[in-house]
Design a protein around this ligand. Structure first.
Ligand code: PEP
Ligand code: MG
Length: 587
């Protein structure tokens, strides 16, 4: 969308990874390979199948070589992306479907592979969950690689970029991001992409400024154009005039200064002015993000969303594969704990191998713990993998979407069974592993006192709790104005949960997005939350505000805020207090 067209051309996309960079555009050719469908004769079928298999093998060999190269330059922690791509290439459906198309439709191998791709994409496009939908880009990237091998096109390597450039591409795969040499590429912008794509997650974790989802930026920019990229605001300016250039140079300097200042807080305690200590932790989807938690001074993983391990693939991960993933996270986070959440799929999160039915109200359907309890093998495989990882460091385990006491009791029975099975197999685990639940439903809030007797800790998932308390679909952009974290019902719920936890003497934390909002920190502190878990880059900002707060004042403020009748009233009072006390801490 063009917002302004004087000297500068300003485009608004999605800020995938923060940071301001100024540089020259380098267009990366990521265009799709054009495929022509050709009919073949019966006698040509074996040769076409052979050609397909060869190109597939070539693509695998390339990826393996690339994997070795990355292992020596970028470290082992990023190899999962290449492994994901290799797994897609090794998927038996990919081969069998393509061979079948060649045989039954009598078409050339490229066209048959393209049809298989279309079939896969169709399955993915029916998925509502944004994250999952975007997994289809992994499949596309990989198949594109095979197609390029078939038609003899060379892969256009991002690593060949020279100078300090900003890559402009229709789309970039996570594998492309891994090729980026930060000495040569200072940022990237793309037409496609969403905030939760692997590409976005990796760019944040590797701290490469990026704006994605710009729709048509590739047709607006020419190679060599001067560009400004603002990864926090999600803005791109093509051919900036002198005034804009100077303005952004200043913004860039300020941004970098602020980042440096914030990082100085890394080793300072997460403590209020009156000496009250809380824990600030990071949320992760992959163990790769743990280095960012450490860098930003987080004291552990407060939420490991394990479902990501299940989503980007056609078949389910087994115990061994899960154990490797969890133990990598546990080892990297030492000496701090990793809080692992069991599978939170179903509803709008789709796992092909689980064959879930379409549901009329997926958010209220067979999801999270409800699904795990109905799939004992799946559940126990995961529990065993988590338990085994607990032998290597400090692990806590918790269950998503609990709505009643029966569910947690049933989950504990499975956990005990999983423990027995490991004992029988003489496999070590932490016998004292702490168990907890997510508080995300109004029913869990109302019976928080009863639930507190069953577990060692509560972790409030405010993203879902707000959705279910206010009956607002968290994914519906038309209702986003009604999605009010400061709604009195939400604040009262947060208070009830914290009070119930304190009365029972168990730990209480928040791992929903509310925890990462520095403005909300005084309320959460005042309500008695002892632990906040968030995206790693938010940790220093939240810590900065925390260190300017006093617990006793925050308690008074929270008590006052609980008296207001609307979210708007809460917000305006809170803003007044923030401006008066902490305005220099919050940007
Ligand atoms: C939440 O609901 O707040 C939460 C942390 O879980 P998720 O965002 O994964 O649903
Ligand atoms: Mg949730």
């Amino acid at each position: 969308m063009v917002l302004e067209k004087i000297n500068n051309r300003l485009f608004k996309g999605i800020g995938a990874s923060p940071g301001i960079v100024i540089g020259k555009a380098r267009i990366a050719d990521r265009s799709r390979v054009a495929i022509i469908e050709v009919l073949i004769t019966d006698t040509e079928v074996p040769a076409e199948i052979d050609r397909f298999n060869k190109s597939l093998q070539e693509a695998k060999d390339e990826l393996k070589a690339f994997k070795e190269q990355i292992a020596s330059t970028k470290g082992l922690e990023h190899l999962y992306v290449i492994d994901t791509h290799l797994l897609i290439l090794e998927d038996s459906m990919l081969t069998s479907e393509t061979v079948q198309f060649i045989q039954s439709e009598k078409i050339n191998a490229e066209a048959a592979l393209k049809r298989t791709l279309k079939k896969f994409i169709k399955v993915f496009s029916g998925i509502e969950d944004e994250y999952l939908r975007e997994r289809s880009t992994d499949v596309e990237t990989v198949i594109e690689r095979v197609l390029r091998n078939m038609v003899g096109k060379r892969h256009d390597l991002i690593s060949e970029a020279e100078g300090r450039v900003i890559i402009v591409a229709h789309d970039l795969s996570p594998a492309d991001i891994l090729q980026i040499d930060k000495e040569k590429v200072i940022g990237f912008i793309t037409d496609l992409g969403g905030r939760t794509s692997h590409t976005a997650i990796l760019s944040r974790s590797l701290e490469i400024p990026a704006v994605i989802g710009l729709e048509r930026i590739t047709s607006e920019v020419s190679d060599g154009d001067p560009l400004i990229l603002d990864g926090k605001a999600g803005l791109v300016i093509i051919n900036p005039d002198e005034e804009t250039f100077r303005d952004y140079l200043q913004k860039k300097q300020y941004y970098e200064y602020r980042e440096r200042e914030l990082l100085k807080l890394r080793d300072l305690p997460a403590e209020t002015m009156d000496g009250y200590r809380i824990k600030l932790k990071g949320n992760v989807e992959f163990s790769e993000e743990i280095s960012s938690i450490k860098k930003h001074g987080g004291e552990g993983v407060g939420l490991y969303r394990t479902e990501m391990l299940f989503l980007n693939r056609m078949s389910l991960p087994g115990e061994e594969e899960q154990f490797l993933a969890y133990s990598a996270a546990v080892r990297q986070m030492l000496p701090y704990p990793v809080t692992i959440r069991t599978l939170d799929v179903g509803g709008d999160k789709f796992v092909p191998d689980l064959n879930l039915d379409d549901e009329l109200n997926p958010a209220l359907g067979l999801r999270a713990i409800r699904l795990s309890l109905r799939q004992p093998d799946l559940f126990k495989t995961q529990l065993r993998a988590i338990l085994r990882a607990s032998a290597l460091g400090k692990v806590k385990i918790f269950f998503p979407m609990i709505s009643g006491v029966t569910e947690i009791r049933e989950a504990k029975v499975f956990l005990e069974e999983a423990k027995r099975e490991l004992q029988q197999a003489s496999l070590p685990f932490d016998e004292e592993i702490e168990i907890g639940i997510m508080i995300e439903t109004p029913s869990a809030v109302l019976i928080a006192d009863l639930l507190a007797r069953e577990v060692d800790f509560f972790s409030v998932g405010t993203n879902d709790l707000i959705q279910y308390s206010l009956a607002i679909d968290r994914t519906n952009e038309h209702l986003s104005g009604l999605y009010e974290p400061l709604h009195p019902a939400v604040l009262r719920s947060l208070k009830m949960v914290a009070d119930a936890a304190h009365a029972a003497g168990i730990n209480v934390c928040i791992c929903g997005e509310m925890a990462s909002e520095p403005t909300y920190l005084p309320i959460l502190l005042g309500l008695g939350y002892e632990e906040l878990s968030m995206n790693a880059v938010s940790i220093p900002e939240v810590k900065k505000v925390l260190r300017r707060c006093s617990k006793s004042e925050a308690e008074k403020l929270a008590a006052q805020l609980l008296n207001f009748a609307t979210a708007a009233e809460v917000e305006s009072y809170l803003q007044g207090q923030i401006t008066a006390r902490y305005s220099d801490s919050i940007d």
